[in-house]
Design a protein around this ligand. Sequence first.
Ligand code: ZN
Ligand code: ZN
Length: 386
Amino acid sequence: MAKRDYYEVLGVAKTASDDEIKRAYKKMAIKYHPDRNPGDKEAEDKFKEAAEAYDVLRDPEKRQRYDQFGPEGVNGMGGFGGGQSMNMDDIFSMFGDIFGGGFGGGFGRGFGGQGQGYRKPKFKGKDQRLRVELDLNEIVNGTTKKFKLKNDVTCSHCHGSGSEDGKVDTCPTCHGTGYVVRTQQSIFGMMQSQSACPECHGEGTVIKNKCHECHGEGIKQGESIVEVNFPAGLSEGMVLTLEGKGGAGRHNGVNGDLQIIIKEKPHEELLRDGNDLVYNLLLSVPMATLGCTVEVPTVDGKAKINIEPGTQPGTVLRMKGKGVPEVQGYNRGQKGDEVINISVYIPETLSKDEKEAMKKMDRSENFIPAESVRSKIFSKFRSYFE
Ligand SMILES: [Zn+2]
Ligand SMILES: [Zn+2]
């Protein structure tokens, strides 16, 4: 795919100043940040695209070459413009550059790039999983259910700070930066490496007087009530992810997610085939022969259907729109059918009179299929194998 014009990507004029470019990128980076748009591929692409554009336009030399030669001009110049794509780590390290250390606000991604732009980690709470069984009626119509969950909740005693007296001190080991720099002699000369502070685990703060209820964690075991809206048309094995409905994060961090795994409770009479429901209607010999009106189960009560005289076993009838609605995509809400497959019950025992009657019928030519009927039934039979 051809790359879009970098100025267009950031929504700035070709004459934009460095400052305007930086501000435009900042705005887009926040808007499309993956932490804010989890699972949204389009946002992620926009986020990457903006980062690539910014990576080129922020560098005067690259920008000039881009202006003069287009994307080809910045190929192979190091960095990422034009050619290969940036990976997420590169982007996040660029982030650190722009936003400095203070880029908090729910973006919990720990360390920025090497030596630049350290961001304090926000702890994410535990993700939770819940298996929920829905019956066919709930699946077809959608439903709302409430669940009581045991999970980590913010400690009410310290309001999540983890401190008994509300006081939080700057970490004496890292002086609040959250990382320590080590200088080592190596064969390449002096090497500096940066790692999370061992005392505060990157938080930059320590609690001297820990909350006695949560032992300084800011969270404790508790219960929460979650209301879940199940859209119509779900099926076995589907997963609904409820962001932020999982356990609370340490020290007022970010909540984990709640994943709901759908289980289908089998219906007593109706089988599911994609969005169609299948019912096997068993008729007696006289019913199929003489025709009748019968009741069949549907997802919303009984329905009456007419059986024509002379209905063959294997005949399939369809009740349009009596199936399961499509849960997603362009045809969302569009319902499948109820498919009625007809079989005929052949009696296993007969009285003497019935036997006599049957023998008499057997001699009637009405009971012998004509050649045209034979081939019609055979071609239907053959179609199962195609
Ligand atoms: Zn506490
Ligand atoms: Zn520290």
